[in-house]
Design a protein around this ligand. Structure first.
Ligand SMILES: *[C@@H]1O[C@H](CO)[C@@H](O)[C@H](O)[C@H]1NC(C)=O
Ligand SMILES: *[C@@H]1O[C@H](CO)[C@@H](O)[C@H](O)[C@H]1NC(C)=O
Ligand SMILES: *[C@@H]1O[C@H](CO)[C@@H](O)[C@H](O)[C@H]1NC(C)=O
Length: 180
């Protein structure tokens, strides 16, 4: 075993022994999306099957109320591995629109797993907008969780904000402290 590897192993072991560096982050729901999709269109590529899932509609509720812009937003599912298909890497761009026509652009990336004629995924999202009331979303990373049951066309997404729970050793996280 190389000394470098041993060094890394010790670092990892230390982190595990102390139960990690950071306390559990605080996760709070920002919006829920009831998304209806139609049948996927598959393309086989050298890297596997890419499934493009058309998003038919999406009702958005929570901190921002409205709907997904129709017939623009689609989800890409790259099935992994080629022969299995129990996992896919998911990549989608959504446009959230409120009743006043205000829009937030959302880029999602994550991993979907499949079992029991259903799917579930976790991922992260970046949101971008110039809406004054929602300007804060530009500086956040959102945790995304989703679930869908086959043949229903419904997929339910939740985007949550993530706030640091602080360090386990109670030391200040300098970058999050008030400017000095
Ligand atoms: C598209 O690919 C997925 C994943 O392999 C598969 O479940 C689905 O049946 C395919 N759809 C069509 C129309 O072939
Ligand atoms: C989206 O496409 C569907 C099916 O073609 C159509 O019924 C619907 O009106 C379209 N929506 C918009 C906003 O263009
Ligand atoms: C951190 O602060 C909490 C709450 O005051 C305390 O219970 C805990 O023992 C402290 N941990 C360390 C490593 O100082």
């Amino acid at each position: 075993m190389s000394p470098l590897f041993l060094g890394l192993a010790c670092l990892v072991a230390n982190a595990l022994a102390t139960g990690g560096i950071y306390k559990q982050p605080i996760v709070e729901s920002f919006v829920a999306i009831d998304m209806y999709v139609s049948l996927p269109v598959n393309t086989t590529t050298p890297a596997g099957i890419v499934s493009k899932v058309p998003i038919v509609s999406g009702a958005i509720t929570g901190g921002f109320n409205g709907q997904l812009v129709q017939n623009i937003s689609t989800s890409n599912e790259a099935m992994l591995p080629l022969t299995g298909g129990e996992y896919s890497s998911s990549d989608s761009n959504l446009i959230l629109e409120n009743d006043q026509g205000g829009r937030i652009f959302a880029s999602l990336r994550g991993l979907t797993t499949y079992a029991n004629m259903a799917l579930h995924g976790f991922g992260s999202a970046f949101l971008a907008t110039d809406l004054e009331e929602f300007y804060w979303v530009n500086g956040e990373v959102f945790l995304v969780e989703w679930e869908g049951n086959f043949m229903t066309g419904l997929a339910q997404f939740q985007l949550s904000t993530i706030t640091s729970g602080g360090r386990k050793d109670n030391q200040t996280i300098k970058a999050l402290a008030p400017p000095q």
